[in-house]
Design a protein. Structure first.
Length: 585
């Protein structure tokens, strides 16, 4: 029997993923088949409170499970019951409103994506779904997170939608929304001002047509240089993580003097007589060269996808070439950023102003624009802008290497740590984070240590505050404090957003002070970090964090200070409500 699994509108994206993963594992154990398409399934399991307004489910064989806990308690039984308890699904009167042309109920589909694909992506998705639920509208949100596409929209869902909301901080493929009303925004407004964004969506949405015309490239240009940079960083991040961790592992393996002997024992029956052969398999330098190769590709990726964000596919080739040249002439990540913007805007201008006969127009995006833009970018990097940037990067590297634990190091760490806490995922946070990622690409690992230490402080501090001043928080906030602790350990600063949104004038300064202390101490104690993500779990891998005990102590001190300050200055919940009412009045 083939089973399709889906959830109701009231089930959040995170829970929906867990449900599907749990049922998939159970299905393998009892040899059941999980269908990827509802139309090919013998039965559908609908999980969650409420009902579904998916038109494709009407008349299908559906088994409804309203209590999500039952799925986790006995997933195998749920799958077995589906065969005997499924009934023909009839859309309720509420569902029918969604399909009525003269009804006020709207059908909304959305996409969310942020540079790291971890926090804002899913928090914005949940905020959109919650706002739609409040209005009694049908909604489904597709997430473009770090693990790929989640809760993917079907062609039927897109076709029946009244509007598409694109809440993305990076460039994503929207070709499947051709001909639909599309409203573009970012994850920040979608998360913090969801109701206003919904209202603006129906006023400002425009028909989307994915073309290579001047009109479409103009739309890209309006996104602004900041979003182009975030797109480049989002594509570069996996390479930074891979390069950093593999390089760290190569150093860790280098400490084991008996590795050649160990491998000889493991490879039983195969005579390994040459140490060089063993080193080729597991030790330095060859194992470390994999990490080094990943580092070499970071800057071309950054440059290439900045250019792609600006000029679409014609910008990829000149962007990659410009980034590679920036890496070769030691212009570093600054050179890669400049090369990306230069290549992108040159390709954009060529696309806009080169006019060809209709018979030759297909040559422009795949031949003429890439060749001319690549040539212009290469010459500019080699003879005009590459040299000065390389000199600047050499001076910056020398300053960072000689900084040690001086007052300059403490100030730099404090500034970076404070920036991470100022807007928790906003522009200042992203600028600090982007600089740390860029420094990793040039093998400077100290700034990232201060950045991650500072970024972990806000949610950890809020969790500590809910423990120290428990009576000042309501039950919901105390629950948020527990969740914030886990998010803080994972380096997800956004875990403090619920607290900052409710009491910004006290939360943000408390976090800034704690983050500045954590960042300053991290550089004072000369800690370094080779990966741009992972939080506390980065400490598990040998070689990723230098001076791990001191690094952990810096985070702890900063979090305790920030949490203690907020616990002292926070007003009880009833007083906060009065303040909010007075400010509105």
């Amino acid at each position: 029997m083939s089973i399709y699994i889906t959830t109701t509108n009231q089930t959040g994206p995170a829970i929906a993923k867990l449900i599907k993963a749990e049922l998939n594992l159970a299905a393998k154990e009892i040899n059941e088949t999980i269908a990827e398409n509802v139309n090919t399934a013998d039965v559908t399991i609908l999980i969650g409170k409420g009902t579904s307004t998916d038109l494709v489910l009407n008349g299908k064989n559906v088994y409804s499970v309203s209590n999500v806990d039952e799925v986790f308690a006995n997933p195998k039984q749920i799958l077995k019951d589906a065969a005997t308890k499924a009934k023909s699904y009839i859309m309720s009167s509420v569902d029918e409103k969604a399909t009525s042309a003269d009804s006020d109920m709207k059908r909304i589909v959305a996409i969310t994506a942020c540079p790291t694909g971890v926090a804002h992506t899913f928090m914005a998705a949940e905020a959109i779904e919650e706002e739609a639920k409040k209005r009694g509208w049908w909604c489904k949100v597709e997430t473009r997170g770090s693990v790929g596409v989640g809760n993917e929209l079907t062609a039927e869902e897109i076709a029946s939608a009244d509007i598409v909301i694109v809440a993305c901080d990076i460039e994503v493929d929207l070709s499947k929304f051709a001909g639909k009303l599309v409203y573009r925004t970012k994850t920040g407004p979608a998360l913090k001002k969801t109701a206003q964004e919904f209202d603006r969506a129906f006023k400002e949405a425009q028909i989307y047509q994915p073309t290579s015309t001047v009109k479409s490239t103009t739309t890209k240009e309006k996104k602004g240089i900041y979003q182009h940079l975030l797109t480049g960083i989002s594509y570069m991040l996996p390479m930074v993580v891979a390069g950093g961790l593999i390089t760290a592992l190569s150093f860790a393996l280098g400490h084991f003097e008996d590795v050649p002997k160990l491998v000889k024992v493991i490879v039983e029956g195969v005579e390994v007589t040459k140490t060089s052969m063993v080193n080729t398999l597991v030790g330095e330098p060859h194992f470390g060269e994999i990490g080094s190769l990943a580092f070499k590709l970071m800057i071309p990726l950054l440059s290439g996808y900045i250019s792609y964000s600006i000029a679409d596919r014609p910008g990829l080739a000149p962007g990659f070439v410009g980034g590679f040249l920036a890496s070769e002439i030691k212009a570093g990540f600054l050179g890669g950023i400049v090369a990306g913007y230069f290549a992108g805007y040159v390709a954009l201008l060529l696309t806009r102003f080169i006019k060809l006969p209709q018979s030759m127009s297909a040559l422009k995006p795949i031949l003429i624009v890439p060749v001319l833009a690549t040539l212009a970018t290469g010459l500019a990097m080699q003879f005009v802008i590459g040299g000065p940037i390389a000199y600047l990067m050499a001076a910056l590297d020398a300053w960072l290497e000689n900084m040690g634990n001086s007052s300059s190091a403490v100030i730099l760490g404090a500034v970076l740590g404070a920036m991470m806490c100022t807007d928790m995922g906003g522009p200042l946070n992203k600028v600090a984070y982007a600089s740390g990622v860029g420094f990793i690409a040039t093998q400077q690992y100290a700034p990232m240590a201060a950045i991650m230490a500072g970024g972990m402080v806000p949610p950890l501090a809020m969790s500590i505050a809910t423990f120290l001043a428990r009576n000042k928080f309501n039950e919901t906030e105390r629950g948020s404090g527990k969740a914030a602790f886990v998010l803080g350990l994972c380096f997800i600063s956004e875990g403090a957003i619920p607290f900052a949104a409710r009491d910004p004038l006290r939360v943000i300064p408390s976090c800034i002070i704690g983050g500045a202390i954590a960042g300053g101490l991290a550089l004072l104690w000369e800690t370094t970090l080779r990966t741009p993500h992972g939080g506390l779990f980065a400490l598990v891998i040998p070689g990723v964090v230098e001076h791990p005990v001191k690094y952990l102590l810096a985070i702890t001190i900063g979090s305790i200070v920030g949490g203690t300050i907020y616990a002292i200055i926070k007003k009880p919940e009833t007083n906060l409500e009065k303040e909010a009412e007075e400010s509105v009045a």
